[in-house]
Ligand binder design. Sequence first.
Ligand SMILES: *Cc1c(COP(=O)(O)O)cnc(C)c1O
Length: 362
Amino acid sequence: MNTLNIYLSNLNHNYECIRKQLRNSTQCIGVVKANAYGGQSIEIAKRLIQIGIDKLAVAYAEEGIQLRNHGIKTPIMVFYPQKDSLADLITFDLEPCIYSRNMFLALEQQLNLLQVKNYPIHIKYNTGLNRVGFPSSDVNWVLDKIKQPYFKLESVYSHLAASEEERPSNGCLQQIEQFEKIKKEHTQATKSPPKFHLLNSSGIFNYPEYQYDAVRCGIALHGYANQPKWDRLLKPIAELKSKISQIHQVQKGAAVGYNNGWVVPKTSRIATLPLGHADGIGRHFGHHRASVLIQGKKAPLVGNICMDMLMIDISGIDCEEGDEVSFFGPSNSAEIFAAQGSTISYELLTGLGPRIKRIFHQ
Ligand SMILES: *Cc1c(COP(=O)(O)O)cnc(C)c1O
């Protein structure tokens, strides 16, 4: 019915392309949060390990536990640990990224309770995104805290708010400057400094000189990097396909879909596809905003997208029920399809629902 083909050989290509931007000594952290950007974390994580990724990262502890339950032993960072998951996080040997005093104290209490020493942690500083992270004024507090035997400070990092923005970007420069200062303070305070990292996918292409000791790479592994010039170097790994369920001849003046979504201006051929907003193709894609490819020709999504189905206008396209339709893939970018629905590749990919069958191609 609906399939998301995942071409793992393209993942290899993307990884190699990313490695080319990096020094040999720079580590690559593979971000596999949100079901590996909608693909399927287990298979994608396993391939990343096979091709030499240094570490994995997820957003929440539960995602890390899922990887551990499938036998993955690679170090896993948890970007956004929550207090109620700290005990599980330790049980499953996941590495928390600590972003606030409260979280630090909660972890300290938990490690003390379990009598665990030298537990690997990461410290996240807020340098301008204002989402999570210690303010840079907390460096001394952090330096004092990590002296305790409970912790082993693995890395110190921050996150750029607009790493894809055309250079020079004042916001990025200010964040880099702040991070440099934090790095200096951490380095001066210890004989064995932690690793430092700042860049996500687009940052790797835009600011390779600030790769420090590691980069955190998510979307670029999937073939997108937020600028056409970098997208061209990469290969999309996911391809969303569907098949026509039914074809109607709709007379001029009749309406297609709920609430007379589209009144056809001339007699048209309409095809119905078996996926809708419950599968991640939201209502923003309807009303001729987005189109899919059928026999290499564009067919617009018409009227209101339903929960389980949507309709396309195939007037003038030679096709029949059961024929394949492509939403996006290696030859039609998910970034472009996403933009047609007023969103970005990240939201489109991570929003693809569980009813879409994932098929892996080696
Ligand atoms: C999701 C995330 C990344 C990966 O970002 P991409 O743009 O997908 O490469 C990196 N760092 C942090 C902190 C993240 O939350």
